[in-house]
Ligand binder design. Structure first.
Ligand code: LLP
Length: 390
């Protein structure tokens, strides 16, 4: 392609909008599945990362299962092609309606986070003369070494049942007639690039499995990170070594299956937020590039101080200036990057904020009533070619 493809797409569309590279999405799914198949691992896609209809239909067409955290996600997963018998349902606060919906759909399993919740599920399943398949979500007290807002497996977090309460819970639920305990569930956090915490998780699971007796499966959650710093060099996450850690370290009983719930690693790199520069504003101490996209379209930098690589697709490589790249929202935290060295930039230039396929569009909000235009989907792998063509 002679000209920068993304820039061409942007010129023909109102900004800001999310752009999804379906070629890259397919490559990522195919890699994840082929690496997981080496060990017979079951994959569920975590809808919370991105629930766009087009994306879900593609993911479900590969036969992956779904990981849902609300009744609406369960409904949507079924409507976009996921098989109910491959749906898991997690969350610390499932409502009665959501539990009933999960039971009506006969999903694979409810991942339960407290004794009280299990007792409610037991009652509701009893009213339907059903047995609910459940897994116990265990809090393994492992530091995932990620941002504190997205670490979930520490004792201080609200998630899961503490290891020290496991005996008591197992004891109590053995008396529940409408519950079938099928497995254990874990999830230590998100955006984890160092594989050591996953190894630690496996060792913890080995200890706990011995206590829990015969179970059909272990669900180890999600959490594999993506490269936000150099997305072009690492477009597909390191699924190979990730799955290998589990194969090398988990000691399973024969026939016991391992399930994963991957979100970010599947969709993170296939999405970008495309924006235009509205104003180039010199300040007293900083220079600002004011974009038409802000924290209402991509909240990760404001919420987690997350880094997303940003490029000016219109400008050449000529040395420009250092800029703070900010949005139009009436909040000082509406900042995508600070003092970023950037090529010379003008009003109207097209800006690509990369690695925004996961927890981007789904976390956008109505605040300030700023418009987010409909997403654009392209079939060929545009993100790979983009840089070379500038
Ligand atoms: N399973 C459970 C139980 C989870 O809570 C999560 C994510 C996943 C699976 C998928 O994790 P992943 O593979 O995507 O790391 N909004 C934050 C991330 C929140 C993650 C919430 N739980 C962000 O933008 O970084």
């Amino acid at each position: 392609m002679k000209k920068n493809t993304i820039q061409e797409i942007a010129v023909n569309n109102n900004t800001p909008f999310y752009l999804y590279d379906i070629g890259l999405l397919r490559e990522t799914i195919e890699t994840a599945i082929s690496e997981a198949q080496k060990y017979g691992y079951e994959l569920h896609y975590a809808l919370k990362a991105n629930f766009s209809e087009q994306i879900l239909k593609i993911i479900s067409s590969y036969g992956m299962g779904a990981d849902c955290v609300s009744g609406n996600e369960i409904d949507w997963a079924v409507r976009t092609g996921f098989k109910p018998e491959k749906i898991v349902f997690a969350g610390v606060g499932k409502t009665d309606d959501e539990i009933n919906l999960a039971l009506n759909h006969n999903i694979f399993c409810l991942n339960c986070e407290s004794l009280q919740e299990i007792s409610v599920i037991n009652q509701l399943a009893g009213l339907k003369n059903q047995k609910a398949d459940i897994a116990l979500r265990i809090n393994p007290d492992i530091d995932a070494q990620t941002h504190r807002f997205i670490t979930t497996g520490l004792n201080e977090n609200k998630f899961g049942i503490n290891c020290s309460d496991l005996d008591k819970v197992l004891n109590e639920i053995s008396g529940f007639k409408n519950i079938r305990l099928k497995g254990l569930h874990f999830h230590i956090g998100s955006q984890i690039l160092n594989l050591k915490p996953f190894k630690e998780l496996c060792l913890k699971i080995n200890q706990i499995l011995n206590l829990a007796g015969e179970l059909e499966f272990v669900n180890v959650g999600g959490g594999l990170g993506i490269d936000y710093l150099e997305p072009e060099q690492n477009r597909i996450p390191d699924f190979k070594n990730y799955f290998k850690v589990f194969n090398d370290n988990l000691q399973l009983n024969s026939g016991q299956k391992v399930h994963f719930e991957l979100g970010r690693s599947i969709v993170g790199q296939c999405g970008s937020l495309i924006s235009r520069v509205l104003y180039v504003k010199p300040g007293n101490c900083r220079n600002y590039l004011i974009l038409d996209a802000g924290m209402t379209h991509l909240i990760r930098p404001a919420l987690y101080q997350a880094h997303h690589k940003i490029e000016n697709l219109s400008s050449g490589l000529a040395e420009g200036n250092k800029y703070d790249i900010v949005g139009p929202i009436c909040e000082s935290s509406d900042v995508f990057a600070q003092e970023l060295s950037f090529p010379k930039t003008e009003r109207g230039d097209i800006i690509q904020i990369k690695s925004a396929g996961a927890y981007g569009e789904v976390m956008s909000s109505q605040y300030n009533m700023k418009t987010l235009f409909p997403a654009v989907f392209v079939n060929q792998s545009v993100f790979a070619e983009n840089k070379a063509d500038i």
